[in-house]
Design a protein around this ligand. Structure first.
Ligand SMILES: Nc1ncnc2c1ncn2[C@@H]1O[C@H](COP(=O)(O)OP(=O)(O)OP(=O)(O)O)[C@@H](O)[C@H]1O
Ligand SMILES: [Mg+2]
Length: 526
C-alpha cells in the first residue's frame, strides 16, 4: 500500500494533505500521482467519488513554481464544479505560495481580471469564460505546462469541443495533458489521442463503472402518478440530503414548486438561474438548509457534497453516462448511498439499456402504499429513539418529565411527545391532500374553484378538454362549469378529482398559471 509520503512530495503539500484528513491515497491517486509527477500525459478513469480531483490537484500544486505566471489550467463543464475544484486545489496549496482562481461565466469579469492580475499559477475555469479572457488579453496561456480536462468525456463532447480546441491552441504544444472522468466512451478515448502525446491509460474500476456502495433501485410509476409516487418514496426513506434530477429546467421549476407546496425543504438548480441564485442554492444545500436539491444535469458531474444519501432520477437519464454521473453524487469517499430511478412504461426500455451498459442490476421495487409509508416512518422514529437513548445525556429531560409521571401513563407521555415531534410532517401525506371534504358538489363529485385569470376567454368546452387532457382523465369526468370573469367552478368525479387537482395545481392552461382550491360548501361560507 502506498502512502502520500512515498511520492516525494514537498513537505508543505504533505502537510496540507494531512490537514485535509486524507490518510492514504485512493487507488486512482496512488496510480496517477507518480505518473503525473513524471510529466506524462494521462487518461485517468475511476468511479465517481474516488478522489480524481486530488489525483491531478496534488501533482499540479507540486509541479508549479511560485513564479507569477499561469502554469496550469483545469477546465470543467460547469461553474459549480470550477468553484469546487478551485476550493480543493486551494486547500492543497495552503502552505505553498501558489495562487489559484476559478473563472467562470456569470461572475463579474472585472473581479476575475483583478484576481488574474495578482499573478496566479493555476486557473480553474469553464471554457466559455476562459476563452473570453483570452480574447480580452486578460489571460495568457503561453506559459502553461499542464492542462487538465476534468469530466473529459463531457468536455470533448459536442457542446464544448470547439472551445476546448481553441483553448488548447493557446497553450504550448509540449504541454502535459491530462483527462479525468468516471466514464470514457471509446470514441472519446480515440478523439482524445489527437490532443495528447503517448498518454498512459490509468483505469482502476475493475470493469465496474459504478461504485459498489451505491444501491441501485427503480420504481415503475405512471406518468400521472409520478409526483405522488415520488412523495411516498421520499417519505418512506430516511433522507439526509437528496438530489432529484429532472430532464428539463421547466421540470425542475415545477417540481420544486410542487414539493414546496407539500412541505418539503426543496430548491432548484439549473442553467437559467442567475449565478447569484445558483450560488445561494448550492450554499444552502452544502449547509443542509435544504433537504432536496432538484436539478438538471448541470449538477450531475463532479459535485461533491458531504452526506448526500439519496439520488433520485425523476426522469430516466438520456444515456448511461448521465446515469453514472448522476447517481455518483451519492456513495462518495467510501460512504453508502441509494440511487432511485422512477421509470414510466415509456422509459422502461431506456432503463434496461442503461442497465446493460453499466453491467449492473437495478432492483425493481414497488411504490410503497400509504400504509407502507406510515409503517416505515414509524420504524424510522423507533430507530431514532433507540439511537437517542443509546447516546445518553437524557438527565435534564428526565427531570422535566418526572413530575408528569405521577399523573400520567409514561407511554401516554412518550406518545404525546412523539406526536409533537412528528407534527412537522403532517401536511405531507396524500390522504390529507386529497381529502377535499364536502365541497358542496353533487354526490360523488368534487367541486373546484379555479382562478383562471385570462384563460376565461376559453369556451367552457375548450376548458374542459384542456383540463382533462392535463390530468389524463376521461373528458366526461369533468363537467358542470360555471364560468365567470376570472373564476370558474368545475365539478369532477371523485375518482378523477386528485388527478385534476394535481394537474391544475402544477400546470398552466393556455399559458396562464392556474390558481386552484377545492370549493368550500355554501353552508360554511358566510
Ligand atoms: N485520499 C483520500 N482520503 C480520503 N478522502 C479523500 C481522498 N481523496 C479524496 N477524498 C475525498 O473524496 C471525495 C470525492 O473526491 P472527488 O470529488 O475528487 O471525486 P471524483 O473521483 O472526482 O468524483 P466525480 O467522478 O464525481 O467527479 C471528496 O470529498 C474528497 O475530499
Ligand atoms: Mg471529479
Amino acid at each position: 500500500m502506498s502512502s502520500f509520503e512515498s511520492f516525494g512530495l514537498n513537505r508543505r503539500v504533505l502537510q496540507a494533505i494531512h490537514d485535509m484528513g486524507f490518510e492514504e491515497p485512493s487507488p486512482i491517486q496512488a496510480a496517477c500521482i507518480p505518473v503525473v509527477l513524471e510529466g506524462r500525459d494521462v487518461i485517468g478513469q475511476a468511479q465517481t467519488g474516488t478522489g480524481k480531483t486530488a489525483a491531478f490537484g496534488i501533482p499540479l500544486v507540486e509541479r508549479v513554481s511560485t513564479e507569477p505566471r499561469v502554469q496550469a489550467i483545469v477546465l470543467t463543464p460547469t461553474r459549480e464544479l470550477a468553484i469546487q475544484v478551485a476550493g480543493e486545489i486551494r486547500k492543497i496549496a495552503k502552505y505553498k505560495r501558489v495562487r489559484s482562481v476559478p473563472i467562470y461565466g456569470g461572475q463579474s469579469i472585472v473581479h476575475q481580471i483583478r484576481a488574474l492580475k495578482q499573478g496566479v499559477q493555476i486557473v480553474i475555469g469553464t471554457p466559455g469564460r476562459v476563452l473570453d479572457h483570452i480574447h480580452r488579453g486578460t489571460l495568457s496561456l503561453s506559459d502553461v505546462r499542464m492542462v487538465v480536462l476534468d469530466e473529459a468525456d463531457e468536455m470533448l463532447d459536442m457542446g464544448f469541443i470547439d472551445d476546448i480546441e481553441a483553448i488548447l491552441r493557446e497553450t504550448p504544444s509540449d504541454r502535459q495533458t491530462m483527462l479525468f472522468s468516471a466514464t470514457f466512451p471509446n470514441e472519446v478515448k480515440r478523439l482524445a489521442l489527437r490532443y495528447m502525446r503517448d498518454p498512459q491509460h490509468i483505469t482502476v474500476n475493475r470493469g465496474e463503472v459504478t461504485v459498489p456502495q451505491i444501491d441501485q433501485v427503480c420504481y415503475k410509476v405512471l406518468e400521472r402518478n409520478k409526483l405522488d409516487s415520488l412523495c411516498r418514496i421520499v417519505d418512506s426513506e430516511d433522507i439526509q440530503l437528496g438530489i432529484i434530477f429532472c430532464r428539463t429546467k421547466r421540470g425542475v421549476d415545477d417540481l420544486v414548486e410542487a414539493l414546496l407546496a407539500r412541505g418539503y425543504l426543496a430548491d432548484g438548480l439549473h442553467g437559467d438561474l442567475s449565478q447569484a441564485q445558483r450560488d445561494r442554492v448550492m450554499r444552502k444545500f452544502r449547509k443542509n438548509e435544504i433537504e432536496l436539491l432538484v436539478a438538471t444535469d448541470v449538477a450531475a458531474r463532479g459535485l461533491d457534497v458531504d452526506d448526500v444519501t439519496h439520488v433520485i432520477n425523476y426522469d430516466v437519464p438520456q444515456d448511461p453516462e448521465s446515469y453514472v454521473h448522476r447517481i455518483g453524487r451519492t456513495g462518495r469517499a467510501g460512504k453508502r448511498g441509494l440511487a432511485i430511478t422512477l421509470v414510466t412504461p415509456r422509459e422502461y426500455k431506456l432503463l434496461k439499456q442503461i442497465e446493460r451498459e453499466i453491467k449492473q442490476k437495478i432492483t425493481v421495487r414497488e411504490v410503497p402504499s400509504l400504509e407502507d409509508v406510515a409503517e416505515r416512518q414509524a420504524e424510522m422514529w423507533r430507530s431514532k429513539i433507540v439511537d437517542v437513548i443509546r447516546e445518553g445525556g437524557l438527565a435534564p429531560y428526565r427531570a422535566i418529565l418526572s413530575a408528569l409521571v405521577d399523573e400520567h401513563d409514561p407511554i401516554d407521555i412518550a406518545s404525546a411527545l412523539l406526536k409533537l415531534a412528528s407534527s412537522g410532517d403532517g401536511n405531507r401525506t396524500e390522504s390529507d391532500e386529497y381529502d377535499f371534504g364536502d365541497t358542496g358538489a353533487r354526490p360523488g363529485m368534487v367541486r373546484f374553484f379555479v382562478n383562471v385569470g385570462r384563460t376565461s376567454r376559453m369556451s367552457p368546452q375548450d376548458f374542459v378538454r384542456a383540463i382533462s387532457e392535463e390530468a389524463g382523465v376521461p373528458g366526461d369526468a369533468v363537467g358542470r362549469i360555471d364560468m365567470f370573469e376570472k373564476f370558474t367552478f368545475i365539478e369532477v368525479e371523485e375518482e378523477s378529482a386528485p388527478f385534476v387537482y394535481e394537474a391544475l395545481r402544477q400546470s398552466r392552461i393556455n399559458g396562464t398559471r392556474v390558481n386552484l382550491e377545492p370549493a368550500k360548501p355554501r353552508s360554511s361560507r358566510r
